[in-house]
Structures are given as C-alpha cells and as structure tokens.
Write a protein that binds this ligand. Structure first.
Ligand SMILES: Cc1cc2nc3c(=O)[nH]c(=O)nc-3n(C[C@H](O)[C@H](O)[C@H](O)COP(=O)(O)OP(=O)(O)OC[C@H]3O[C@@H](n4cnc5c(N)ncnc54)[C@H](O)[C@@H]3O)c2cc1C
Length: 407
C-alpha cells in the first residue's frame, strides 16, 4: 500500500460507489479480499485524508440516510480518539501493564502466546489471521473482533498483550482505536458487555472460508475485571496557540499529515522537520511495514508542503529535535495536536529539555476534534445521535445540499 495522500484519495474515489447499500449490508463479511470495506484506515489514522473529507465524499455521493452506516463508522474513530483523550490514564495503565502481563504468564500460557504469535496455535482461523496481519498489516473489523475474543475468552491471554501485538503490525495501528477496541471486546469499555466469537458466525461471515471447531473456540475464561471501574472524564488538554511573531520550526508527525487548519503563511516558519514515532508503539517490536508506511507518509507530507528534502528525525533523543530548531534559529516548535499515545508520552518527557533549550511548543487542534471529543464522555450513542448536528456544524450538510442542487 502506498502511503501518500494521492493513494488515499484514489482509494476513497474507488470505494465511493460502495459507501451506501453495499457497505450497510455487507460490511461484516470478511471474504479475504476486503472489497466491501473501504480500507481507508491507514490513511485516516494519519490524516493523509481527513474524517471530514471522507464524510463529505459519502454525503455528496449518497446523501445522509443511505451513507449513514459508513459515516457512523468514521465517527467511531473520532469517538474512540476523544474517549481516550478524556481518560489518558487508560493509556498509561495499558503501557504500564504490558510488562507485568508478560512476566505474569505461566509456562502454559507463555507457550500459547508464542504459538499464536507464530501462527501455530492449531486454531486454523487464528493462524490465518496472524499470517494476514503480519504480511499485510490489515485485518477486517470482524476478524479483529473474533481474534480478540478468542484470545481473551478461549485462550485466557491478557488483552493488553493482544492489543500490543496488533499495534506492532497494523498499518492503521492507533493507540485509541486499538486499545479501546480490545477493551470493548473484553467487556471493559462497557462494563459487563463482552463480545463473544461464535464458530457459526465466523463461518457465515467468511462464506465458509474459515470454519473453526466450536469446541476449540468455546469461551473458557471469565472477562477481565478492573476493580476501580472507569476513570471520570477530564477536560481536553490545554494547548498553546502558535505565536505568529516567533521564529518557528514546523514539526510534522504521523498524527496529522493533512494540510494544517492554520494559515502557515502567517507564521514565521524557518524550517520544517518530520519525526517518526512508530517504534514507540510497542516495547516488544515493530513491523517493517508500519515503519516504512509512516516514513513514506511523512515524506509525502513534507513534499506537499514544498520541502521535499526536510529532515526526518527519529523520536529518540530530544536533542535531535532541539538541534533542528536551533539550526533554524527557531524559538517555537509548532505542530498538530499530539493526542494521547506514545508520541505524546515522548514529547511530554522531552518538554523539560525542550524548554531548557529556550524553545516553546504550540499546537493546533482541528475543529472536527474540538466539536466531537468533548461529547465522548460515555457510550457511543451520545455521539451517534449528534452526528447530523456535527455534520451541519462542520458545514458538510449545506455542502451536500449545494452539490445536490447543481445536479
Ligand atoms: C480489537 C480491535 C482493534 C482495532 N484496532 C484498530 C486500530 O488500531 N486502528 C484503527 O484505525 N482501527 C482499529 N479497529 C477498528 C476497525 O477494525 C478498523 O478501523 C477497520 O477495520 C479499518 O478497516 P476499513 O478502513 O476497511 O474500515 P471501514 O469499515 O471501511 O470503515 C471506515 C473507517 O471508519 C473507521 N472505523 C471503522 N470501524 C471502526 C471501529 N470499530 N472503531 C474505530 N474506527 C472505526 C476507520 O477509520 C475506517 O477506516 C480495531 C477494532 C478492533 C475490534
């Protein structure tokens, strides 16, 4: 898969005819070729194309009732991003728990864990999904649900280790969608509500391509519990707006590869630098596909900004970033909002050194996120029922109406 905005736009155009009935009726089928889902997730995750662009395209082609299911799914992404943003301790607990989950595996479960990761679990569907994930960087949503359910309830493995495995390999790997997808399956997102994979369901929705033995995938382990329950949502993290007067280093990250919603010409930009951070996704490794996709997406972004040769540094020692800023004579680093996740962890840990080097950090947050994230305090329903008003607020419904008028 090519990691450019153009490739994302091409995929979007190709999927446009399928965003209504095809999607609503067949999206749950995992037929191996994935023609009934968009496969836009690696592009949306990095905002090579944005949620509002995709939603506008769906509205323009089909209108709101027919494209509603597809738009709902795109908004699920925003919901999970906002939900984690309001509860960053869930991400912190996830990161802290991976090492203890690994250490806590007894010999039998350590073997099960190694066997699954090496596609020799003896459960043919699990092995097939591992091969697909590790070779393509993608799994259909239904396969992710089945895989996570069998991992947790049939094999008794810790959900965090499964989420970590996904993050290492998914091209769309996202701290919010991944951890909260796993928590949803395990019954931690909506306490008491778990997702249980069933052999007949797998056979039906793969058209018989995968037909596990019901006994092999029967649930044997209880849902994991969190005695303290869910943390209360907090307010969105405060950010400093860019100061147009300060000499500025523009920092590009995979969190947002779209054209910035701020007037770059009004900023005093001295240089552009991109930073790779995928290696921070997991303490246990990273697929080469993911690393290559991220670097290519960043290069495509600097190229579109007119700086094809902008340095791409690695989020390791913050001195590399500081050196770029000093070299450019910048006193301000400006970047898109860095949401809860490994890049934010790195940046926040680097802040004392960045500040000591005489640099300040400013961010912009997209209106789409400011509009939806504050509502992500409870279940998805609260967000879903507001979708028509979000679309109107974002100016997408009038845009749709205007397009319709000219047809
Ligand atoms: C255990 C588990 C882990 C997951 N991990 C990730 C992840 O790391 N990154 C990720 O982007 N998605 C994740 N998902 C959500 C979902 O599976 C993928 O977004 C979807 O399969 C991507 O394929 P697509 O682009 O063809 O989706 P489509 O069905 O075409 O949907 C269009 C877009 O809507 C969004 N979307 C669709 N379904 C979901 C969903 N359930 N949650 C959040 N957003 C959604 C995606 O951005 C997707 O590109 C996970 C789901 C589960 C159950």
């Amino acid at each position: 898969m090519i990691a450019t905005r153009n490739a994302g736009l091409t995929r979007l155009a190709a999927f446009l005819p399928h965003m209504a009935d095809d999607y609503a009726t067949r999206r749950n089928y995992d037929l191996g070729v994935h023609s009934v889902v968009s496969r836009l997730s690696p592009f949306l995750r990095r905002r090579l194309i944005t949620e509002s662009e995709v939603v506008l395209a769906a509205l323009g082609q089909h209108g709101l009732p027919p494209a509603a299911k597809f738009i709902d799914e795109v908004v699920w992404r925003s919901y999970f991003k906002g939900w984690l943003e309001l509860r960053p301790s869930i991400w912190r607990d996830y990161c802290d728990g991976i090492a203890s989950d690994l250490v806590g595996l007894d010999l039998a479960r350590r073997k099960t864990y190694d066997d699954v990761l090496n596609a020799r679990s003896a459960i043919a569907c699990m092995d097939a999904w591992v091969v697909e994930l590790t070779t393509t960087g993608y799994l259909h949503n239904h396969a992710r649900l089945w895989f996570a359910s069998i991992w947790v309830f049939s094999l008794g493995l810790p959900w965090r280790l499964g989420a970590d495995f996904f993050l290492q390999h998914l091209l769309d790997g996202d701290p919010a969608s991944d951890t909260l997808g796993w928590r949803w399956v395990a019954g931690l997102h909506t306490p008491g509500k778990t997702y249980q994979a069933r052999a007949d369901n797998i056979a039906t929705f793969t058209n018989g391509r995968l037909a596990p033995d019901p006994a092999q995938i029967a649930p044997r382990y209880p849902a994991p519990a969190e005695p303290d329950g869910l943390p209360q949502p907090r307010a969105l993290r405060d950010i400093f707006a860019p100061n147009p007067k300060l000499p500025t280093l523009l920092l590009i990250t995979e969190e947002d590869c779209a054209a910035p919603p701020v007037d770059l010409a009004a900023l005093n930009i001295r240089a552009v630098v991109a930073v790779t951070a995928s290696h921070l996704r997991s303490p246990t490794g990273l697929s080469q596909h993911v690393a290559a996709f991220e670097t290519a997406a960043l290069r495509d972004t600097t190229r579109r900004l007119g700086v094809a040769d902008a340095p791409i540094i690695v989020a390791n020692d913050p001195d590399a970033l500081i050196a770029q800023a000093h070299h450019a004579g910048a006193t301000q680093i400006v970047t898109s909002f860095v949401p809860t996740g490994p890049l934010q962890d790195w940046l926040m840990a680097a802040m004392p050194r960045i500040a000591a080097a005489g640099l300040c950090l400013a961010e912009w947050r997209r209106p789409w996120d400011d509009m939806i994230w504050p509502d992500c305090t409870a279940g998805f329903f609260k967000v879903k029922k507001n979708i028509p008003s979000y679309l109107a607020m974002a100016g997408l419904l009038p845009a749709f109406d205007a397009q319709k008028d000219t047809k």
